[in-house]
Design a protein around this ligand. Structure first.
Ligand SMILES: [Zn+2]
Ligand SMILES: [Zn+2]
Ligand SMILES: [Zn+2]
Ligand SMILES: [Zn+2]
Ligand SMILES: [Zn+2]
Ligand SMILES: [Zn+2]
Ligand SMILES: [Zn+2]
Length: 685
């Protein structure tokens, strides 16, 4: 499989050289390095000194066959294990309670190595989002443990598992943020002073402190003291940013508290260094400090009275930000710009933080929904990773009946858009990540099929193509006395009226679309419905009542698209740009309704679902339609029988795909024995 090993081998050679001679300025210890894939390796990879072992799933990549995401994983893991040749092998931590020195550093340096080898890979954006974010969640609960202990006292009261990697990466990033170049200078000195020895946090932090002193950096106090809250205590600070909008030279208030999803702030305060940017100024500000204070005020200069403020834009500090609503709306306007100036790291981080504060209940879900409206044009998987965190929150607590349908429509649009931008769908990471994360069937691979008589023609992911096609079958029939539906095997529908007949047949197409988007729900709860396919029932008469329009439609698909077009006009959304103006409410434009509605997503739900009677789900097995996910779930609980998903590796069975996926992660994730160097695939092993 030598051809499939090229990326792993080439990147190993390059990154090892780069770390030793350029980046860390301290040569690798041996004349030789081997990288070797081992079948059924119990861990993802293991950084043995001079002989790095890989699970084949993280080693092989073949261009044209595998997704770019696979190539990225290989480079990332290679870079991580090679960083360990210094952080871990050259210098080893004194005890497991200082494991973050190894894993945090390797998880941080991996992005610099990967960036040098693959400069187009947006690795610094990946660091900001994928590199650090998964650690926040664990740290947001009262049960969280600190990632380190100053001295080993025989207890195991420090965090283990992935938070060591993610928060560890975030803390190394924080040190880099505070110290700049002195961080790397200090690290090289640390290698010189302690090569082939064991160290504790103090040795590392003192080396950095020394480098900072040599460069006369202006720190508020000793580094060890600053880092105490991040190393020896758990928790992530929430920074509430309140703007005053008085004039262009503006007072902005920053308040901090510990962020907890399962409780209220416990009075903990942190040294919080942070940078910010404002519209039109892409340079980050210098660092401002909250020094164990619960509030500070900054005077910030803005250029215009519609400028936004973005705190911790590249996520170099460890904190969650919450703004006032006006600032969010200004940021949303920026997201909707054709030439949005925010980087993937900034956008991904914004979604990530908003997910946390919405889950906590301190920000209206409507802000999150409004942020999501531009997503049909978002093709960066880095951003989608942040979006999916918000999506998770909304799945547990849907902000509107049509939420899931709108979200999937956005995903579909973004995927189509990515293809349009000449990105091969088999080769874009975003495609891969979104499909995988949403647990969706691949909508391009599985197309729609025309089941009119023996047609069997296949169509792409846009149901509009099938909708247009099916009318060709019908055009030959016009004028007969009685029309018989020939859709599929079981439909017995007949009509004398030509219009009713065409409405019925095109509704089959729309119904196929509803079944398609409902399919992931079956996987999610692991059931199939055992009812027989029933008769097709059409909701409503497809006459548009928006603004007394009165237009009558044959095709359900076109009818709902038409109503949505009205709504987007009413909300002042340019359908191509989706620019949102949230400053005014609108009255429901449906005849005789006039209900007051404030947010685009609410207007859509109300008009399209309550008034035009669009259904949100259709059971893929029996075809029954439902207005809400709740209705569909009830149906499945009553009529469904459990299905199973089996693990390829160990043949355990799981009721849902999601659980299976969680389980399969254990086959590659590493559990390290705290007493010796053995690693196993699971804690129980
Ligand atoms: Zn590691
Ligand atoms: Zn056909
Ligand atoms: Zn029919
Ligand atoms: Zn109309
Ligand atoms: Zn209404
Ligand atoms: Zn059913
Ligand atoms: Zn298994």
């Amino acid at each position: 499989r030598i051809g499939e090993a090229l990326v792993a081998v080439k990147s190993s050679a390059f990154i090892l050289e780069y770390f030793g001679n350029t980046w860390l300025n301290f040569s690798y210890s041996f004349p030789e390095m081997s990288v070797i894939p081992i079948e059924n390796h119990p861990a993802g990879a293991m950084e043995n000194w001079g002989l790095v072992q890989f699970n084949p799933s993280l080693f092989y990549y073949l261009e044209g066959r595998d997704l770019i995401a696979q190539k990225k994983s290989v480079i990332e893991v290679v870079s991580h294990e090679l960083a360990h040749q210094w952080f871990g092998n050259l210098i080893t931590m004194d005890w497991w309670s200082q494991l973050w020195l190894n894993e945090g550093a390797a998880s941080f340096y991996q992005f610099f190595g990967a960036d040098a080898y693959d400069p187009e890979g947006k690795w610094m954006d990946r660091r900001a989002v994928l590199g650090v974010q998964p650690g926040y969640y664990t740290d947001a609960f009262t049960t969280a443990l600190p990632i380190s202990q100053e001295v080993y006292d025989g207890s195991f009261e420090f965090a283990q598992g992935s938070i060591i990697y993610r928060k560890g990466c975030a803390i190394h990033t924080l040190l880099w943020n505070i110290l700049g170049n002195a961080y790397f200078k200090g690290t090289t000195q640390y290698f010189k002073d302690y090569a082939y020895e064991n160290t504790r946090n103090a040795e590392f932090l003192n080396a950095l402190q020394q480098a900072a002193d040599e460069q006369n950096l202006n720190l508020p106090t000793e580094l060890t003291y600053i880092m105490e809250g991040y190393l020896y205590r758990s928790g992530v600070p929430l920074v509430r940013v309140t703007r005053t909008y008085e004039n262009l030279q503006e007072s902005v208030y920053f308040r901090q508290e510990r962020f907890l999803l399962d409780g209220d702030g416990d009075g903990s305060l942190y040294f919080v260094p942070f940078r910010y940017i404002t519209s039109g100024r892409s340079e980050e500000s210098d660092i401002s400090w909250m020094q164990l204070e619960d509030e500070i005020v900054l005077n910030i200069q803005f250029d215009t009275d519609s400028d936004w403020l973005l705190v911790n834009p590249e996520r170099k500090s460890y904190l969650i930000t919450l703004y006032d609503e006006e600032n969010y709306f200004r940021l949303i306007r920026e997201l909707n710009q054709e030439n949005c100036s925010l980087t993937p790291a900034m956008k991904g981080s914004l979604f990530h933080d908003v997910a946390f504060v919405i889950e906590k209940g301190v920000l209206s879900p409507d802000v999150g929904l409004a942020m999501m409206e531009y997503l049909g044009r978002e093709t960066s998987e880095i951003v989608w990773f942040g979006v999916l965190r918000l999506h998770e929150v909304f799945l547990t607590n849907p902000p509107s009946e049509l939420y899931e349908q709108n979200f999937l429509a956005n995903v579909q649009e973004a995927l189509n858009y990515a293809v349009q931008l000449n990105e091969d769908p088999n080769n874009t990471t975003s495609y891969d990540v979104v499909i995988e994360a949403l647990n969706m069937e691949d909508p391009v691979a599985s197309s729609y099929i025309c089941v009119w008589q023996n047609c069997n023609r296949e169509f792409g992911p846009d149901v509009g193509d099938l909708d247009a096609h099916v009318l060709h079958h019908l055009s030959r029939l016009e004028g007969v006395e009685e029309y018989h539906c020939c859709w599929g095997e079981s439909c017995k529908f007949t009509a004398e009226d030509w219009t009713d007949f065409r409405k019925h047949v095109t509704f089959h197409v729309y119904h196929a679309y509803l079944k398609r988007i409902s399919f992931p729900v079956l996987d999610e709860i692991g059931k199939r419905c055992k009812n027989e396919e029933g008769d097709l029932e059409m909701p409503g008469d497809f006459i548009c009542q928006v603004n007394n329009c009165g237009k009558q439609w044959i095709s359900a698909l076109k009818y709902y698209r038409h109503v949505k077009w009205h709504v987007s006009r009413a909300c002042k959304i340019d359908p191509s740009k989706k620019v949102v103006d949230l400053s005014h409410y609108i009255s429901c434009p449906w005849r005789n309704c006039n209900k007051k509605l404030y947010y685009v997503s609410r207007v859509l739900t109300h008009v399209v679902q309550s008034r035009a009677q669009e259904k949100a789900f259709a059971c893929p097995d029996c075809g029954q339609c439902f207005e809400s996910k709740k209705g569909f779930l009830n149906h499945l609980h009553r009529h469904g029988t459990p299905t199973h998903f089996e693990c390829d590796s160990c043949h355990k069975r799981f009721p849902t795909k999601r659980l299976l996926r969680d389980h399969q992660r254990n086959h590659v994730n590493r559990s390290q024995c705290p007493l010796c160097s053995v690693t196993t695939s699971s804690i129980s092993n």
